[in-house]
Design a protein around this ligand. Structure first.
Ligand SMILES: Nc1ncnc2c1ncn2[C@@H]1O[C@H](COP(=O)(O)OP(=O)(O)OP(=O)(O)O)[C@@H](O)[C@H]1O
Length: 272
């Protein structure tokens, strides 16, 4: 049973907490195109929350609103109990929100370790001035950041490739490195943009396992968007379904699977 203030316990015994992010009546337009039409939903502490929908449904647009990349024309975003004013993506990152991208956005010429280290940037306090004035502080910070990066690398089982330039890696491993970089920021909310896109079955299984492990081990709240309904159903606690910018379903995977509007959208049934 869902207690609005406190949360709920999942079938596998995980404790889901209060609402950490609330999207309220969000509308986003690109010129004449309404990519998001008056959508509301929330994300709870410790939850794995999916946003799914067919091509062009508005999923990426919604993720970009959550990450601060787009500012909606209407609606409000509440994060950790407070109304979030329009802010730049780096400010959103400083609030503990990290993301991966649908088209991998890594530094191809750099090693895996160095890419993961870039995920620590929001935690780095020592600027160039202090680096030149106070070498000890800069070194201590570098060591601490490296320890976090190495811990994440071990966790995601990519030790063997830590010194390999990303350009040499197969697609599935690149996706895992991108996850590592996002985790290096030690986010409280992790946004995954189509984490399984372009993967083979084995890679999808690996990625699913890592997503579940991250949630379990670090207690990270995860919001992911996916095109493919199948892969997210086993992973997610609750699912929002979008179609043509509207929310057409919201609930547990079972509730969403039985929702006629969702079935119609995925079968491509005509609508007004
Ligand atoms: N930057 C943009 N400028 C203009 N229109 C855009 C922009 N981004 C998205 N759109 C339009 O908004 C609508 C929603 O697109 P969006 O990419 O959010 O959907 P999606 O569900 O993520 O699709 P897909 O599964 O194909 O990635 C589409 O009609 C798209 O053409």
């Amino acid at each position: 049973m869902l207690d609005q203030a406190e949360g709920y316990t999942t079938a596998d015994g995980r404790k889901i907490g209060p609402v950490v992010m609330e999207m309220k009546n969000i509308t986003l337009r690109f010129g004449g195109v309404e990519a998001i039409k008056d959508i509301s939903f929330d994300i709870r502490q410790g939850e794995i929350r999916a946003i799914i929908g067919p091509n062009g449904a508005g999923k990426s647009s919604m993720l970009n609103v959550i990450s601060g990349f787009y500012v909606p024309q209407d609606g409000q975003v509440f994060y950790q109990g407070a109304l979030r004013p329009p802010m730049k993506p780096f400010q959103v990152a400083r609030q503990g929100i990290a993301r991966t991208f649908q088209n991998i956005a890594l530094f191809e010429g750099m090693t895996v370790l160095d890419n993961v280290m870039t995920g620590r940037l929001t935690h780095m306090e020592t600027g160039l001035f202090w680096q030149s004035m106070w070498k000890g502080k800069a070194e201590a910070e570098e060591t601490a950041n490296r320890e976090v990066a190495e811990r994440i690398i071990d966790f995601l089982e990519i030790q063997a490739i830590r010194k390999t330039p990303v350009a040499r890696l197969p697609y599935g491993l690149k996706k895992r490195v991108e996850l590592a970089r996002a985790l290096a920021a030690e986010p409280s909310l992790l946004l995954l943009d189509e984490p399984m896109a372009g993967m083979n079955v084995e890679e999808k299984e690996d990625m699913s396992r890592f997503i579940l492990d991250v949630n379990d081990e670090f207690g990270t709240t995860i919001a992911l968007i996916e095109h493919d309904m199948g892969v997210v159903m086993d992973l997610s606690d609750r699912v929002v379904v979008m179609d043509y910018g509207k929310k057409i379903g919201d609930g547990t995977p079972d509730e969403v699977r039985g929702n006629q509007a969702v079935i119609d959208a995925y079968l491509g049934v005509a609508h007004d």
